[in-house]
Design a binder for this molecule. Structure first.
Ligand code: C2E
Ligand code: CA
Ligand code: CA
Length: 562
């Protein structure tokens, strides 16, 4: 039923009730008159009639007799109507109470709902303030509920929610408010002494423990964890009057921000609201908007870092590393914007744009140089990824065997079947595949052997250890020997000093990359470097043609800000 229909229906019912009320007044009026008449005259007339019926008195006036009978009938009729009416009123009251309850409680758990909570909270805050107390507001969100629901079905999901509601009721002191705001979100509010926040911490610790007890039905048992944001009514903000439901709404929003923070810190924990959380959130929103704008305005550009054959010192290729030239914030690192672009679903668009630019740049380089690009796990989830990449290669006229895709070990945990399909079709096109950050993601030797990698890259955290005083190279040696056993070339990342370069060189044939050989540089600087070393495509063409002088090529001019 639409809201309008509902209104019309209610209006109709209302009119009906009015009409009925008017007839009821008439009926009751007539009955009262009948009763008064009966009381006034019935006494003498009635006894006369009864005596006449029993044959002990003279016959009563038949008109009088009829009037009295009518009088009795009217009284009975009135009483009956009164009786019906009181039942009706009772039922209507019960229905109204039920409707109010439905509008204010969560039908699954019987807890307060999102609508009623701020109203009740406002009352609690007002009352506590009068007693010199504050109110602590907890915002709870289950960490893994969606997964539990997807794996075990909604019925089991409902059981989880009702069990959590019961545990909350048991854990909270009497008089506390508990609500389910929707989904797997609960909130509680309770008065506390603002000089004893440790009491709230204790309570929250107890809730976290209680929630963590397994929930079982039949042979299914699940472990649930919860993240909790906490705020005190003393931190409610200035834009609403204390004790109003708008103020309570502010507290709920801020408790939500603290809860979000607890999730980011690793879930299954709690965090008190701090004002900086709000500014972080604002910064995040600005970054999101900036990234959207920046993609459209061509603010993302490729930088290139040299990759060297450690034995010969020859340049073998470049790794493309993305940079954001933000007009407001300057040059921004990919560690900041890549995770956000992943979160907001823009990573594929951003990456494809960068790869297009990089292929254009790399076409002007010596054809023996390989271009490596980093690919996010999110992109590998796209079953069309290989096709999309091939299309970009064809459009750019870039040979697939000069492109190397770096995927991190963490990709292998996702959906190994799908990843294998994508990797295999990339390989079939002649594209090279490297396993990036090797050693950080616990991939099994079996996985390594079963996937057709061309190269592994030792994570720079292991290489960095070689720089420490009295460092033990055993770990790096072990990784190198794994690579060797699998017959895969190895690149060591993050080489910063000559000493580390020397240690690695002693381990055999390796490639290397790091500040020692060069920092990531933009397209123009890279191009000039290659020109100086006679390593441009034009140099190679000139060599092959045996000609002396050839016009130098420059990187293609395009809309970008490098
Ligand atoms: P990564 O793939 O591990 O890239 C190597 C990182 O190490 C780069 O950081 C590089 O600048 C830095 N580095 C290189 N040599 C040294 C050194 O000698 N010492 C130290 N301390 N660091 C060194 P950067 O450029 O900030 O990139 C960070 C990460 O961002 C990359 O790590 C990569 O995972 C990701 N990334 C960069 N560009 C892209 C991209 O286009 N797409 C995706 N999905 N990720 C990207
Ligand atoms: Ca990389
Ligand atoms: Ca790496």
């Amino acid at each position: 039923m639409t809201a309008d229909e509902n209104n019309i229906d209610m209006a109709g019912e209302h009119a009906g009730q009015l009409g009925r009320a008017e007839t009821d007044i008439v009926v009751i009026g007539i009955s009262m008159a009948a009763l008064l008449l009966f009381v006034g005259t019935g006494g003498t007339v009635m006894s006369q009639i009864v005596r006449s019926w029993m044959g002990t008195g003279e016959k009563a006036n038949s008109l009088l007799e009829t009037a009295v009978l009518l009088n009795i009938a009217l009284i009975l009729f009135g009483w009956r109507r009164y009786h019906d009416l009181s039942i009706e009123v009772h039922e209507r009251k019960a229905a109204e109470a039920k409707a109010r309850e439905l509008a204010e409680t969560d039908p699954l758990t019987g807890l307060c709902n999102r609508r009623r909570m701020p109203i009740e909270m406002a009352k609690m805050i007002e009352g506590s303030q009068a007693n010199g107390m504050a109110v602590a507001v907890l915002m709870l969100d289950l960490d893994n509920f969606k997964k539990i629901n997807d794996l075990n079905g909604h019925e089991f999901g409902d059981l989880v929610l009702t069990s959590i509601a019961d545990r909350l009721k048991a854990a909270m002191p009497s008089g506390a408010l508990i609500a389910r705001l929707g989904g797997d979100e609960f909130t509680c509010a309770l008065p506390y002494n603002p000089s004893r926040p440790d009491r709230i911490d204790q309570l929250v610790g107890k809730i976290i423990d209680q929630v963590a007890r397994p929930i079982a039905k039949g042979d299914v048992s699940v472990d649930v964890t919860v993240s909790i944001g906490i705020i005190s009514s003393t931190d409610g903000g200035e834009d609403a009057a204390v004790g109003t439901s708008a103020f309570a709404g502010n507290l709920l929003n801020r408790a939500d921000i603290a809860m979000y923070h607890a999730k980011k810190q690793g879930r299954n924990r709690s965090a008190w609201f701090e004002p900086r959380m709000e500014s972080e959130l604002r910064l995040r929103a600005e970054l999101e908007a900036g990234i959207r704008r920046g993609i459209a305005d061509g603010e993302f550009v490729p930088y290139y870092q040299q990759q060297i054959n450690l034995k010969t010192g020859d340049l073998v290729g470049f790794e493309m590393l993305a940079r954001w030239k933000s007009p407001d914030m300057g040059l921004i690192s990919p560690d900041i914007f890549i995770p956000i672009a992943e979160d907001i679903g823009l990573i594929a668009e951003l990456s494809e744009d960068l790869i297009r630019q990089a292929l254009e740049d790399a076409r002007t380089w010596d054809p023996k140089l390989v271009l490596s690009v980093n690919i996010s796990p999110i992109q590998l989830r796209d079953p069309w990824f290989a096709q999309k990449l091939l299309r970009i290669l064809v459009e750019s006229g870039f040979p697939p065997n000069r492109l190397d895709i770096e995927i991190t070990e963490s990709c292998l945990h996702e959906n190994i079947g799908a990843v294998r399909t994508v990797i295999t079709s990339l390989k079939n096109q002649g594209i090279r595949i490297s396993l990036d950050d090797f050693g950080t993601g616990y991939s099994s030797l079996h996985q390594l052997r079963s996937l057709p990698f061309d190269q592994i890259k030792i994570d720079r955290s292991f290489v960095a250890e070689l720089m420490e005083e009295g460092a033990n190279p055993k770990l790096v040696e072990a990784i190198v020997s794994i690579g060797r056993g699998l017959d895969m070339p190895i690149t060591a990342e993050g080489i910063e000093t000559e000493e580390v370069g020397d240690v690695l060189r002693q381990m055999g044939e390796l490639r290397g990359q790091g500040f020692l050989y060069g920092r990531p540089e933009n397209a123009d600087v890279t191009h000039r470097r290659l020109a100086d070393q006679h390593m441009l495509a034009s140099d190679r063409m000139a060599e092959e043609a045996g000609a002396g002088e050839v016009r130098p090529t420059t990187p293609a001019k395009r809309r970008r800000k490098s």
